[in-house]
Design a protein around this ligand. Sequence first.
Ligand SMILES: [Zn+2]
Length: 272
Amino acid sequence: MIKYDRYTGGKRYAATFSYDDGGAADRRLVELFNKYGMKATFNLISSSVIKETGDGIKANEIKELYNGHEIACHTYTHPHLEKMSIKDQYDEIMRDREILEGAWGQIIRGLAYPFGTYNDDTLTAMRTASLVYGRTNVATNNFNLPQDFKIWNPTSHHNECEPCVKRFLYNVTKAPWRAGGVLYIWGHSYELNNAESPVQWEKFEEILKVLSEHNDGIWFATNIEIYDYVNAISALRRSADGKTIYNPTDIDVWISVDDEAIEVPHAKAITI
Ligand SMILES: [Zn+2]
């Protein structure tokens, strides 16, 4: 039996992180992610990154600081998009995209909605701005991928993530047949500085450390890497007799054939 239930490297689970606003604490957070081999998406407000004053992340450090991670839009001024006209929503998103692409040097394809809020016009505006996914602030407390990536609800905020991480690691280690799980944690790096927060730097580092110890079963990826992988696997073409599988994309994917992980390399066909 064939199942499309694996991620890169044949792993059954994936984990991703999403951090908003680009505050000064991003510098420490990136260091932590790098130390434990995690990948994250950083959603930046471009009116802040072009500011000369303050200690937030500046345009000229984006390329080096976030190397290996993903930069995504968080709009130009961080407004409540749903209270604006569709044209102004589009301008907020597109202006952000242009400035961030200029600083990062790569094409930006994702968005985190400021305050997590949006309306139908936002979805049209972000699509018109060629963005393919949008993250909300609504916690699912599960590991399912969204039906529609334009409304990508995360598993949980990092302050409430501990029970989810525990359940996730139980699945990874004890119940791998519960395939298809993506742990998606979001937050703001400055919250880790807050003495009132249930999860501060030390605890967050512990969480990352435990996750990293299971990297044989978890694919750590940015948001866009997960989006692209899921789309690649759904683009596989299978012959009528079921024996030939062709991968027309530029991404290597893995499938289960009788529960065994089989790679279907990019632009290649395999026979099973
Ligand atoms: Zn924000």
